[in-house]
Design a binder for this molecule. Structure first.
Ligand SMILES: *Cc1c(COP(=O)(O)O)cnc(C)c1O
Length: 406
């Protein structure tokens, strides 16, 4: 685009290079030799569906989470659907979940014929408010589906109490939370069945769609393995109707390579989060933002780094950062209880004030492992400008040590 057709509002204030919200190229470059060898290996065998490579990756993910079983499938969405099917959830059944999440959390419940019952979130963590869950249990409740949103585990202890009291299974939507911990345990072993996604932008992302279920329950694992292949128990004997939802061997091969780096990448995301806090302090932004609040004894995996922008300036900040070519996004602008496709559920605006407030106030900033301090400081500087914070610190004010660390 030539400068004379560039809209005025989009003219970058400086010649600094853009900062993407996520950049997968740099990550790929660091592992490309291994990835290509793994892909080559699969192509040599010409075995693409399930097989030993997928089974090995299932064991690796199960071992990573300390779960007994891992069951690969075609996506995180399918993992949720398969989990609900394996638990026998269907028409008339209620599943309690959050409206402040990605669409698939609730659509999976709808897809099996169940009814999503929304309850509000805890504004500090954006995760399900456990007291609201307990209050929403009815005689038709069949499961609770907490989401470990943005990579921080839901407050599980009170949810376990509710689950035990009412004899309900817990399905973890851990799509954003591989590598997150709760009291020393991994996301993936905090409920009856857990669901992971390998969508490319998740912390463990494939070269396309992919998903995984983990469980300690032998019978559920067997049923999940059957449900992902049309309910086939072998030799074209179908004892129930399932899906066609497999993890393919190419994805498993690539993901196996990436899994060996996951702990390092998660640590880098956590280091970036700490550095944001330093930079926000330095730039006088701490009074203007609410930072992600890591809960005691929780390891936040930071699939997203979402700040709350105070005093109704979120959309303005979003527009200004975008104009400066600083990647940012809103997760999620419309809570699920207000989505047109769920109008039949009968929820109105105002039903879940904390979810609605979060949808209006949060802004996701770049947090990917390879971000580095130069780009990160540019994000913070642009945000300070966007919010009209004049006391923006000069670039040289940080101690040399922390600058060099990047
Ligand atoms: C990504 C995601 C899903 C769906 O995963 P796909 O692999 O894209 O189908 C479900 N729930 C949450 C919270 C997600 O972030």
């Amino acid at each position: 685009m030539s400068p004379d057709i560039l809209p005025l509002s989009a003219a970058p204030a400086s010649a600094a290079p853009p900062v993407p919200l996520i950049d997968l190229v740099e990550q790929y470059e660091s592992i490309s030799t291994e990835v290509l060898a793994a892909v080559q290996q699969v192509l040599t065998t010409q075995r693409f569906i399930l097989g030993e490579g997928v089974a090995a990756f299932e064991r690796q993910v199960a071992a990573f989470c300390d779960a007994r079983h891992g069951i690969g499938c075609a996506s995180g969405t399918d993992a949720l659907i398969l989990a609900l099917m394996a638990l026998g959830i269907g028409p008339g059944d209620e599943v309690i979940t959050t409206p402040y999440t990605f669409f698939a959390t609730a659509s999976s419940i709808h897809r099996v014929g169940g009814r999503p019952v929304f309850v509000d979130i805890d504004p500090a963590t954006y995760n399900l408010d456990p007291a609201a869950v307990e209050a929403a249990v009815t005689s038709r409740t069949r499961a609770v589906m907490p989401v470990h949103l943005f990579g921080q585990c839901a407050d599980m202890e009170p949810l376990w109490r509710t689950a035990v009291r009412h004899n309900l299974p817990i399905i973890e939507d851990a799509a954003q939370a591989i590598g997150a911990t709760y009291r020393g345990r991994q996301a993936g072993v905090l409920g009856t069945i857990a669901c992971f996604s390998f969508f490319p932008t998740k912390n463990l992302g494939g070269a396309g769609d992919g998903g995984m279920l983990t469980t300690d329950d032998e019978d559920l694992a067997a049923r999940l393995r059957r449900l992902r292949v049309h309910g086939d128990v072998g030799r074209y004997e179908h004892i129930e109707v399932g899906l066609n939802s497999r993890l393919d061997a190419l994805q498993a091969a690539i993901l196996s390579v990436k899994l060996t780096r996951l702990a390092d990448w998660t640590a880098a995301r956590q280091a970036n989060a700490r550095r944001y806090e330093e930079l926000f302090r330095e730039y006088g932004l701490l009074e203007r933002l609410v930072l992600p609040q890591a809960q005691t004894d929780c390891g936040h995996a930071f699939n997203q780094y979402c700040v709350r922008v105070r005093s109704g300036q979120r959309d303005e900040a979003l527009a200004r950062l975008t104009a400066q070519q600083v990647g940012c996004a809103v997760y999620y602008p419309k809570p699920l209880h207000l989505q047109t496709c769920f109008a039949d559920l009968g929820y109105r605006e105002g039903a879940f004030p904390e979810s609605e407030r979060a949808a209006a106030e949060t802004l996701a900033l770049p947090i990917y492992a390879e971000l580095g301090i130069i780009r990160q400081e540019r994000v913070v500087q642009s945000l300070a400008e966007a919010l009209g914070v004049r006391s923006a610190a000069p670039v040289i004010s940080l101690p040399n040590m922390s600058r060099k660390a990047a």
